[in-house]
Design a protein around this ligand. Structure first.
Ligand code: DC
Length: 216
């Protein structure tokens, strides 16, 4: 069976960094599922659509071209907000399901990060992490990242964004962000990137040993 490493957690928790380092370590392909929702949001906005319109959002998701994930616009603050809003629509989530599910079936394994990977997309994943950090720490990281991308924005606004997103992503009816019962919690608030990666690697290696596979 494919060795799926499912990495979930809130915005700017460090899950993307941890996931890409794990992918490099094991030589597995990686899918950042947040990019899918971001690309749907950007697509809809560019077409002049309404993010709260479930039918239009689902159509945008069904027509998604994976090349759209590469656009710089999907990494902006506005795209993150749009993603969180289109992600509440069950039709959008359904439209993106097969692509994500198919990715997890790749042999010998894969790394996939998002909000509902361990709960909905790959509940059978042998290795599950829920990466989090305090909102203030996440806001600081996201703020610095956006400044580096040339976006001028106040820290307080980013903190407000983060809190609003946590509430929306965790409170929606369809596949809310939640820690799977068998996921290991990794709080990176007081960790450097290296410490977070080392902790994640230990979690994955324990899961590998348990699943009868040898560390790669
Ligand atoms: O990981 P990110 O910040 O790029 O994700 C953007 C938004 O997309 C997030 O606020 C909620 C949504 N999302 C989701 O609902 N399910 C996922 N698996 C990934 C992202």
């Amino acid at each position: 069976m494919a060795f799926i490493i499912a990495v979930d957690g809130p915005a700017a928790s460090g899950k993307g960094t941890v996931a890409s380092r794990l992918a490099a370590l094991y030589g597995y392909p990686m899918l950042d599922t947040g990019l899918l929702y971001r690309a749907v949001g950007v697509r809809l906005l560019e077409a002049g659509g309404d993010l709260d319109d479930a039918t239009a959002a689902e159509a945008a998701a069904r027509g998604l071209d994976l090349a759209e994930l590469e656009k710089a616009q999907v990494r902006t603050r506005a795209a993150g907000e749009a993603a969180s809003r289109v992600a509440v629509h069950p039709g959008v989530r359904a439209a993106l399901f097969d692509l994500q599910r198919g990715f997890t079936l790749r042999e010998p394994g894969s790394v996939i990060d998002g909000r509902d990977i361990g709960t909905v997309i790959a509940p059978e994943a042998p290795a599950k992490l829920f990466v989090t950090a305090r909102p203030e720490v996440r806001a600081d990281r996201r703020w610095k990242q956006l400044l580096g991308q040339g976006e001028t924005v106040a820290y307080d606004e980013i903190l407000a964004d983060i809190r609003k997103r946590d509430e929306r992503d965790g409170g929606r009816a369809s596949a809310p962000m939640t820690q799977a019962p068998d996921a290991v919690l990794l709080d990176t608030s007081e960790m450097t990137i290296q410490q977070a990666f080392d902790a994640a690697r230990r979690i994955v290696e324990t899961a590998r040993a348990r699943s009868g596979d040898l560390p790669g």
